[in-house]
Design a protein around this ligand. Sequence first.
Ligand SMILES: [Zn+2]
Length: 498
Amino acid sequence: MQWAEWKAWIQQRMVPLIQRGRLQAGKIATQAWNFVLAHKKQSAVAVGAILVLTSASAYAEYYYESNIIPIYHVIVNGKEIGVVSSPDVIHNWAAAKLEAEKAKNGLDFKFTDYITFQEERVYKGKYDNAAAIAALSDIASIKVNAVKIVVNGEVIGYAPDQKTAEGVMNRLKEKFSGLPVTGKVQAVAASTAAPVSKASMLKQVRFKEDVKLESDTVPAAQVLTADKLSELLSKGTLKQVIHTVQEGDCITCIAQKYGITSQDIYANNPGITENTVLQLGQQINVTAIRPLVTVQVVEEASQEETIDYAVQTRNNAQLPQGDTKVVQEGREGKKLVRYQIIKENGQVVERKVLDQKVLVAPVSKIIERGTKVIPSRGTGRLSWPARGYISSGFGMRWGRLHAGIDIAGSGSIRAADNGRVILAGWHGDYGNCVIIDHGNGLQTLYGHMRSISVHEGQVVAKGKVLGVMGSTGDSTGVHLHFEVRKGGRPMNPLRFLN
Ligand SMILES: [Zn+2]
């Protein structure tokens, strides 16, 4: 290659590059070029110079390329508001802004949803991050029409419009009443066919709190979607608190630590139940659920119930004390009871009887209780134990003591005084015999009876039939052998009888 050709090549290749770039490399190339001109006769040097120039050319290319940097046009709602060096400039600003807004009003919103970026690659592209952020700040505070949800005078959040706000509130009512609510309460018609054993009717669905929807204008970023508003109203927060399970944790311990209930944990974490074995490092949502509104559902229900029967007790003077007798069995009745049931967020808080109708009246059980008192202590004055005549008196007879009197006759033998039977049965020569202890030191004995109608231990009243006169034991004819003993010693019965 001739020098002239080299010169032309260099001029063609390098000069435009140098002129275009005004580069540092250009300066190097120029110096190299001058060096070549000064030593054009020395071809070896020329070759070296060309090598230097070629390197300089490559460096210039590199330098140029490395100065072509991307810039980003920031587009908000279709309009360019500035140019930034990176989308991160906006993202970081939005994140900081979001944190600040959340801290202020507890609302969560995604500001960057409105922003798009357009990338452009230009040589030494110009951008101005600060200006773009300033423009964005202006737009962020632009207000839009919205509907605010006010609960007990406190602004809970903003819906984009009335329809969305009403939809959110109705959805909450539906959740707890199980019925589609279209502004008005719809009643489930209860069957009127009688008898109705169970029927419930939804009477009213309302918010316990004073809930108002009001028009307002707010920064666009504060407007929440229907889903976010529902979540906020039913949970009380959009922030999640997460607990990482540590050694020794249990569900109730964790709940206690965060001031929530185990139920809150179950509600937040589908899949966790009271039987769940917690794993170390497991993430648990421990956000406190405190609904901002209470859905009150008023229901009416009719129910057939049994009526217990009453038990009446009355005295019967003919019946010995301690004895009872059922004179009428009890029978349960039936009634139809109408209740008003108030539920709050699904939990029954009140159950009130509105009225009740007796369908079948109950029948009382009637018990008679004996009041007849039989004293076991005698009066000391004895009555005649049998009818008849004295066939043998008290005293010595055939050389021995006849310890009682014999009454010849027939029929019943009666107790001579109140007392307790201490013997009733066969008693040697006395045959069938009854002995009564009158509790006052006196005992009476009745011997030779044909039959006995009392038993040992029985308390008998004066005049009570003890049995029938007979001739059992050492006896020669039907009679009653009657003895009276005082302190165990036989006495003449005639002294006591009257
Ligand atoms: Zn006798």
